[in-house]
Ligand binder design. Sequence first.
Ligand code: EPZ
Length: 419
Amino acid sequence: MDIWHVRGGKKLSGACTVQGSKNASLPILAACVVSPLRAELTNVPRLRDVDAALRILRHLGCRAEQEGNEVYIDSTGLTRCDIPHALMEEMRSSVIFMGALLARCGEARLSLPGGCQLGRRPIDLHLAALRQLGAEIREEGSEIVCRGGRLRGARIELPFPSVGATENVLLAACAAEGETVLSGAAREPEIAALQEVLCAMGARIGGAGGDRITIDGMTPQREMRAKIPFDRIAASTLACAAAATGGDVELREVDAQQFSTVLYFLNRAGCDIILQNDRVRLIAPARLRGVGALSTAPFPGFPTDAQPVLMAALLKARGLTRITETIFENRFRQAPELRRLGADVRVEGRVAEIRGVESLRGASLTAGDLRGGAAMIVAGLAAEGETLVRDAGHVRRGYEEPDERLRALGAVIFTETDT
Ligand code: EPZ
């Protein structure tokens, strides 16, 4: 258990680079299974979720090592195509190994990824799409057993632009005979990052970033090198922390386009946003203003993963903010904890209303999920006194050394870890 000690009242200031993307790293690590190769990945963030993905790769018989932000994978020695419950349970997004294993081995066996704090997290869209590629998929108790044999290209239409389902189709369709056309695809930047890596591995893919992607087999390469792009949600989190504290922070080596909706609402809240090449500078006023109505949506809409941290930044804003969460059914879990600081956040189903208060007082909070935990830290930075955030490891699943990065910007934050 980590206990984050956050002392509020300090304006964040200075410049920092942003970690590599957790949500780009995971599908790219799974891609290394698609064909036997040696891969060198740079800018890979040091995260608990990356550790979990490396453990899965080793379980499958691959070599998988991380030194700092460099990862070396050798998947030539892959010997199995099953992921046991214990490893699936560590990280539900391991379901993206299903497409990669089908492509490599023609079969895959995983335990059903459970729901999580955000909601049921079904995988019906993944399974329907893989069946259209010719995979026979049976649910045997809590296990999913896939037999692919030779996958066949297909025309697949996703009824919802699921990020994970899109990734599973790209990973599996590389090995399919004939062309696959995926319509209704997710447009998140992580999909384009995956396409780039699969193309470097010899796949013929085009269209990622749009809602129609074509995949037409692959000529496997034996080597691959790739750099993980920056994490747009970690960047959004730092921007919200700067905004929450009336700070002046410059984020470096980022692409503002990838979190432009977050920057748009921070600007609406009163922050000056200065874009210069791969740098984004945010200068916040002493007190933000409410931004009115905001709905989360699939990319390029406002990202659901940034919703909790923007909520935290707006707790003292003058006026009303009304957030509608359209992606997950239970993503306001941070609200009751934020109220313990004195915040006025009222949740009715998928809508949260935030009425800014003059001040927040430090309190003892408990993180229930990754982005909710980050939101509590952001709120603690804006509260008077000390806020404690008890965290069963959620935050370090997705943020690389968040305490060190925030301290470098002037935050007073430290952690104690009790076993
Ligand atoms: C990815 O999850 C991200 N995770 C999530 O980030 C992110 O919130 C989400 O995309 C949306 O952007 C990773 O990339 C590892 P989805 P994923 O499939 O792929 C429903 C974080 O904090 N759905 O786009 O699971 C689903 O229940 C994490 O970094 C189905 O109904 O998201 C959800 O309501 C949290 N059936 C919605 O679609 C399916 O088969 C979005 O899911 C699949 C999804």
